[in-house]
Ligand binder design. Structure first.
Ligand code: NDP
Length: 395
């Protein structure tokens, strides 16, 4: 029976709190902390009404190691689930190290002043986590997260050697706004407006944003324009999937989204550096986030489905094969269950599953790990039980 501290009461945080409360036989004591206490109060009320579960709440600035250490010492959790923003990864990992508590997150560290994300700084905690006897599970969302587990599952059960992987992420949901992002707008727009990158024959190949496009037929959705992006799970998968020759990541975008984004970029609204405005300093992309709909409020308006999966090709017993593993998730169904749209749901459910497997000792080993480094089978079983069933097709 675990005592957990969840940090970050945003769109994904809501799903994590709901799913942990649904699994109260594993998570005996839950504390939710965030910068804004009122959001924690709202989610506290929701889980009491829906599941009869009492959770504790607290305010914390997760940019401050000192505040985090004080909170962890008070709550005494077995682990911390970091569901705040990638900017807080290092401070929360440091606080966990100082207090000897396990750690999990859903996105890799990003420096606020550089639109570049990588695992280097988080992997650098590995030796110290091992010495302290604690574990960090990195990227336990959908992508990264479930996509890494799908790759590990393909590797374990379907291939002697995987040669290529395409990760395919489609959100065919419609929220009815001319423009909104389905998770934190600042993180989302920084990711999507950056140069694309994929890995082939041992080298990273850079592309212009949205330079490579293909049309993919997504089961239960249909054909969609899919654009090559850089995505963080590729950095760990190239290290851990043996024999890999190429890995790419594609995401769908509608024409309206791309036109809005281009226009905002052209007028400087995606800028991450401070500008002076009427005597105050503002960061354009942060101001844009204030104007855009809060992703946590999109749930009740969003209709349609997401489909995220991987296509792996390679050899088994000397024969070439290609398999597609994917999940389809319905925005209206996830709203009914957790008052959240499917992008938050598909991230929050795997965060809860990662924590569950750690707390049950099924995925537990001192050090810093990515998802594909563990046995995928218990995670795949939990996906089917916890609302994200998956399908496999031989192509
Ligand atoms: P939101 O912006 O909705 O929520 C972020 C939350 O973190 C907010 O409640 C915010 O609090 C809190 N927060 C931010 N800064 C601090 C701080 N310094 N101290 C304490 N709390 C803080 O984002 P999402 O819920 O959409 O995303 C959460 C995470 O999930 C992000 O890291 C995102 O990159 C990741 N993600 C991962 C995906 C995956 O598949 N792996 C997919 C989608 C998202 P406040 O409201 O008070 O400002």
């Amino acid at each position: 029976m675990a005592n957990i501290l969840i940090i970050g009461a945003g769109g994904v945080g809501r799903v994590v709190v709901h799913k942990c409360a649904q699994n109260s036989d594993t998570f005996e004591k839950i504390t939710l902390a965030s910068r804004t206490l009122s959001k924690c109060e709202l989610y506290q009320k929701e889980v009491k009404e829906r599941y009869g579960v009492d959770i504790d709440i607290a305010a914390v600035d997760a940019d401050s190691v000192e505040e985090l250490v004080a909170l962890i010492e008070k709550v005494k959790p077995d682990m911390v689930l970091n569901i705040a923003l990638p900017y807080q990864d290092l401070t929360i990992m440091e606080a966990c190290l100082q207090t000897g508590v396990h750690y999990l997150d859903t996105a890799n560290y990003e420096h606020p002043d550089t639109a570049k994300f990588e695992y280097k700084e988080q992997w650098a905690f590995d030796e110290r986590y091992k010495e302290k006897g604690i574990m960090a599970l990195l990227g336990s969302g959908f992508d990264p997260g479930v996509t890494n587990v799908f790759c590990a599952y393909a590797q374990k059960h379907y291939f002697d050697e995987i040669h290529t992987i395409d990760i395919l992420d489609c959100n065919a949901g419609d929220h009815g706004y001319p423009f909104a992002t389905n998770f934190n707008p600042e993180i989302n727009l920084r990711e999507v407006s950056a140069n694309g990158r994929y890995w082939e024959n041992g080298k990273w190949i850079e592309t212009k944003p949205m330079e490579i496009k293909m049309v993919w037929e997504y089961p239960e959705i249909g054909p969609k324009d899919s654009y090559l992006l850089y995505h963080e799970e590729m950095e760990s998968l190239v290290k851990h999937i043996k024999g890999l020759k190429r890995i790419r990541f594609f995401m769908t975008f509608g024409e309206s989204y791309l036109t809005h984004m281009k226009c905002l970029e052209n007028v400087g609204m995606l800028g991450i550096e401070e500008v002076e405005h009427n005597g105050c300093k503002i960061v354009p992309i942060q101001f844009l986030k204030t104007l855009l709909p809060d992703p946590a409020t999109l749930g009740e308006r969003t209709k349609g489905k997401t489909n995220i999966g991987i296509v792996a090709t390679g050899v088994k017993d000397g024969k070439e094969r290609s398999i597609y593993i994917y999940n389809v998730c319905d925005h209206e169904e996830t709203y009914k269950e957790t008052l959240s749209q499917a992008v938050s749901y598909t991230t929050g459910v795997p965060a809860m599953i990662g924590a569950k497997l750690m707390m049950e000792g099924k995925w537990m080993q001192p050090g810093v790990y990515n998802m594909e480094q563990f046995d995928p089978d218990p995670f795949m079983e939990e996906l089917n039980k916890q609302g994200l069933p998956w399908h496999i097709k031989e192509l």
